[in-house]
Design a protein around this ligand. Sequence first.
Ligand code: ADP
Ligand code: MG
Length: 682
Amino acid sequence: MSTTIDLRSPITDIKGFGPRKAESFARLGIFCIEDVLRYFPRDYEDLRNRKLIAELVNDEKAVIEAAVVLIVPGRGFGRKRTLHLRVADKSGMMEILFFSAGYMASSFRQGEVYRFIGRVKLSDGRATMFHPVYSELCDAEEPGIQPVYPLTRGLSLKDIKKAVRAAIALLPDYRETLPDAIIKKAKLCPIAHAIENVHFPKDREKYGEARYRLVFEELFDLRTALRLSKNRFGRGREGISFRAGSCAEFISALPYELTRAQARAVREIEADMDSSVAMNRLLQGDVGSGKTAVAEAAVFKAVRAGFQAAFMAPTEILAAQHFESFKKDLGGFGFNIACLSASLGAAERRSIAAGLAAGEIDIVIGTHALISESVRFKRLGLAVTDEQHRFGVNQRRLLGEKGSNPDILVMTATPIPRTLAVLLYSDLDISIIDELPPGRKDIKTLKYGPENRAEAYALLSEELEKGRQAYVVAALIDDSESMGGRSAESLYRELSKKYPRAGCGILHGELKQSEKEAVMADFSAGRISLLVSTVVIEVGINVPNATVMLIENSERFGLAQLHQLRGRVGRGAEQSYCLLVVDEESETASERASIMCESSDGFFISEKDLEIRGPGELFGYRQHGLPQMQLADPVRHASVAELAGRLADELIDGDPCLMKAENRDFGDKIKSKFGDSTALVL
Ligand code: ADP
Ligand code: MG
C-alpha cells in the first residue's frame, strides 16, 4: 500500500479511519481530505478558561473536564433514548443530558475523563449541560484556542480535529483558489494561511486575516457565480419585441387610477417589452401595493402582441385568487384565460395542456403545475412569477424555458435589504412600488401579553359586531406538535364556541386542496367571518372586509413573516388592526413586537429582521434564494460584500467566461462549487 496521501485521498487514508467513520464524514459532506479544509469551526474555545464544576455559573458557557461516574439508563427506546451522564471532577458532580441520543451511548466509557463544552443550567444547586460538545482528552495537552466543529453521529470532536490536522499537514499542496490579481487588489492573505488560521488560530491578528480572506472569498464566489449565470440567462439576451401591444387600453379600463409608483413600474416594464432585448425584471412592492394590476398590464400587452403569457403563483389558493382577478380585469377583452393546478382532474389538465400547445389559451395562471413536463406552449412570450422567493431557483428558470427567450417578470412582497439586493439581483432590473393605493388607513398594531390576551379578543369581538372579518393565526396546526403554544385546531374549537354566530373556518396546510378552497371561498364571500389559520395565509390573500389580524404566539414568527401577515388586513377603507399576542416574554420577542408597532415600512422591517437574527441563523437568506453561507453575512459584512461585488464585476467584464489562463482554475472552482445552481435567482 502506498504511504503517500494527498489532498484528493479518501478520508479512510488517514490512519484509524475506517469505512464506518467515512460514512459519518460523508454525512458532513466530507469525502476526501481536501473537503476537511473547508469544514470550518462553528466556534472556538479558549481552554485557558477551563472551570471546575463547583465554579459553574447559571446560563454561562463553560469548559469542564470531568470523569463519567455513571451512565444513567435514560427514558425512551432506541435512537429516541435520552442519554444521561453523571460526571465529576475534584470539586463536585454534575449532569450531562443528550436527548434522542441512544446512538451515543457507546461514545462514553465509565471512569474515562472527557471535556464538555456547553451552556450550564443551575437548578436546586445541581448543574446540568444539555447537548454539550464533548471530546476525549488528547494525550498532548492542547494549549490556547481550540476549534469546535459541528459533530455528527459516529464522529467525536477528537476525530474531526485529527482529520483537520492531517489535512493541514498537506496544505503546502493546496492550490490558491482565487486569481492572483484579486488577492493583490483586495489585499488578501494566501489561502493556506487563511485555512490554517481559521482552524487553529495562532493569534487574534492572524485569525482576523484568515476570516477576512474567507468571508471575502465566499461573497466573491457567489457574485461571480451570479454574474456567470447572468451571461446565460440574464440581461442582454435576445428576446421578443411586443411593440404590437400597448398597456394603455388595459389601464384606462381599470376601475381605479394607477398610483404613481404603479404607473412608473408599468412604464419601465413596457420599455423592456418594447425592446428586442429580453426583459429580466424584479417587481418589488410591499403587500397591498398593487403588483397584480401591474403584472396584468404586462400580460395584456404580451397577449395583444400575439403571444401567450403564464403567471405562476406559489400556492393553489393564490393561483385561484389571481385567476379571479385576471378574469375580472382581463376577461372583458375576449382573452381565453385558464387556471392550471395540481388539484384538477387528469382530463381537465390534459385539455388545458392541449389548449396551451395549440395556442388557444392566451393566459394561464397556475402553481408549479405549470412547469410540469406535459405543459407546452405554442408561443410563450411572458413568464410572470409571483412571490418568487417561494420557488426554487430551478422552478423559476423552468417556467422561462417553456418559451423561446420569453420576457421574465418576477414579483416579490418580501422587501430585500439593499445589501442583499445588490449581491443577489445584479442580473435583474428592479422596479419598486413604494406607495400604497390611496385611501388606505394605517394598520394599528398592538401588543398583548398573556395577562391581557382577553383585551385582544375584546377588540376582535367589536369588529365582528360591526360586520367585519378577522384572521386568527397560530404557529401550530394541532396540539400533537408538542412545543406548547396554541394550535390552530384548539383555537378553532375555542373560538367556534365563543363566536357561534360569526361562523368560523379553519385553514392549514394539511387540509385537502378542495377543503382549503372551500374555506377560502366562504371567507371571501363573507359566509364565515372568522378564519383560524396557520401561516398558509401569509402571502397574497385579499379580503378587503377583513380588518383584524390576531397573531397568537407571535414570538414564534420572524419579523418579515409578521409583516406579511399584517399585510392581509388594511386592504379596504376601514381601520384595521394587527394584534400581536406574545406568550413568552423574551427580549427578542418584545423587541420584534415593538418594531412592528413602530413601523409599517417593509424595507425598514426587513433590515431589522436581519439585524436581530443571531449569528448562524441564516434561514432568512434562503428565502431570497441565497445558498447557505459558511462565514459570510452580507449584512454584517456589507463593505466586504461591496468590494467583493465590485472586483467580481471587473473580473467578469474583462473575462466573461473565465477562459483566460490566469482565471481558468478559478472558473473551474466556481463551476464545481455552484454547479447547476449557477442559474441562481433566475
Ligand atoms: P399585492 O401587491 O400585495 O399583490 P394586490 O395586487 O393584491 O397587492 O392589490 C391589493 C388591492 O389593491 C387589490 O384589491 C387591488 O384591486 C387594489 N388596488 C391595486 N391598485 C390600486 C389602485 N391604484 N387604486 C386602488 N386600488 C388598487
Ligand atoms: Mg400579490
